[in-house]
Design a binder for this molecule. Structure first.
Ligand code: 9MR
Length: 390
């Protein structure tokens, strides 16, 4: 009887030991959950001494209809740009009608969270209110354009930290885009737009904003154009590099050289619309020329079921490398704004091919931070430690 009890005890002891070993093994081998990895530093806190961290937002974010999104926006970002609602087509739909309701809510949201609020955009050939092109006479067109710029600048006077005064005025070879503004007003429309805005709202920083600003020919064109304006004694405070980039292009050297070249003009550099597409790029298309659209196909849309780990890592490394350049030149950079908060919201699900599943931002479709988010925060922590020990 005693023997059987001993044997039973021994079995229980062995069983308990094995159970403990198994538990320890699984506890050690199991990947830590996303929650345990989650850094306690937000993006805006991490970069508070370097530059603003912004996001483009839309109506549902402005109206805070999703509470999780609302708290994420307030926690992570200290700057906002309206992705669409301040474009002429929406804010100035008819020559004598303005539609300020949503834009005013956008500004109020920025005030509520104490954010730097950026205005996008005063002069842009795209999403242009149709009434502009109904004006035949050049002089009348110029007068109406001046009124458009001044009325908007006046309405938001003192409430915006900066404006994209002119958006996408250049061709890829650095020449001026043959937009309706160029056709009707000549090259002078550029300097005039900056002059009018500065006259009305002298405290706002005034930017020229464009995509593919790392492309050497376009870069030279942007520098020539901005220099011409500054040389007339008209203020341009900054250049916005939109930053619609890919996993492998532009090169890090092109990004760095562009920041250096623009800041040589004595202006601030902002990264205004950052996202990194992970999807195949038809015909190696670059930038954000929204008139370009291509056919969808399985080959062009490979990650409908989720992003493979290997690509997730590539994206994280790409963001880390890009932010390493931003940190290196933080004295030249005023703001880094992502073009959206989460992947589900990104315009890149519809461009240059409609209906794809892209993953270009730092938060996934469930608003969880991605590896790319972690890589940027970790980079900043390493940067701070290095600076403390130096
Ligand atoms: O992200 C914007 C998208 O929702 C609009 O449909 C599109 C229409 O023009 O504009 C997108 O934003 C653009 C920005 O205003 C200017 N730079 C390029 C951006 C992406 O096209």
């Amino acid at each position: 009887m005693k023997n059987r009890k001993n044997m039973a005890n021994q079995f229980i002891n062995k069983f308990t030991l094995m159970a403990i070993i198994c538990l320890v093994f699984f506890a050690c081998s199991e990947k830590p959950s996303r929650k345990e990895q989650e850094p306690n530093l937000s993006l805006k806190e991490a970069f508070k001494d370097e530059f603003y961290i912004g996001s483009a937002i839309n109506r549902f974010q402005i109206e805070e209809t999703d509470s999780v999104m609302a708290s994420l926006l307030g926690r992570e970002f200290n700057s906002i740009t309206a992705e669409n609602i301040m474009k002429s087509m929406i804010i100035h739909p008819q020559r004598d009608t303005f539609n300020f309701e949503l834009a005013d809510k956008f500004v109020a949201l920025g005030e509520k969270y104490d954010m730097f609020v950026h205005g996008h955009t005063l002069i842009w050939h795209s999403q242009l209110s149709p009434w502009f092109s109904s004006i035949e006479d050049s002089l009348e067109f110029a007068t109406a354009t001046e009124k458009h710029v001044k009325d908007l600048a006046q309405h938001f006077k003192g409430k915006l930290g900066s404006w994209d005064v002119v958006n996408e005025a250049l061709n890829e070879d650095g020449t001026l885009r043959n937009s309706i503004f160029l056709k009707k007003m000549g090259e002078n429309y550029l300097a005039s737009a900056f002059k009018w805005t500065a006259e009305v709202d002298p405290s706002a920083d005034l930017y020229y904003n464009d995509y593919n600003m790392t492309n050497p020919e376009k870069r030279q064109g942007a520098i020539r154009m901005v220099k011409k304006i500054i040389d007339q004694g008209i203020k341009v405070d900054g250049i916005g590099m939109q930053g619609h980039w890919h996993l492998n292009s532009p090169t890090l050297e092109e990004i760095e050289q562009s920041i250096l070249d623009y800041s040589e003009l004595g202006v601030k550099v902002a990264i205004t619309e950052l996202d990194v597409s992970v999807l195949p790029n038809p015909w190696d298309l670059e930038g954000a020329e929204i008139s370009q659209n291509f056919e969808n196909s399985e080959e062009m849309n490979p990650y409908t079921e989720g992003l493979p780990d290997s690509i997730q890592v590539k994206l994280a490394n790409r963001y880390k490398d890009i932010f390493a350049i931003f940190l290196k030149h933080q004295d030249k950079i005023s703001r880094v704004t992502f073009w959206g908060v989460s992947d589900g919201q990104s315009w890149l699900n519809g461009f240059p091919i409609r209906g794809r599943t892209n993953y270009p931002l730092l938060f996934d479709r469930s608003l969880r931070p991605k590896a790319a988010y972690d890589s940027i925060i970790a980079l900043k922590k390493r940067f701070d430690i290095k600076n403390q020990t130096n």
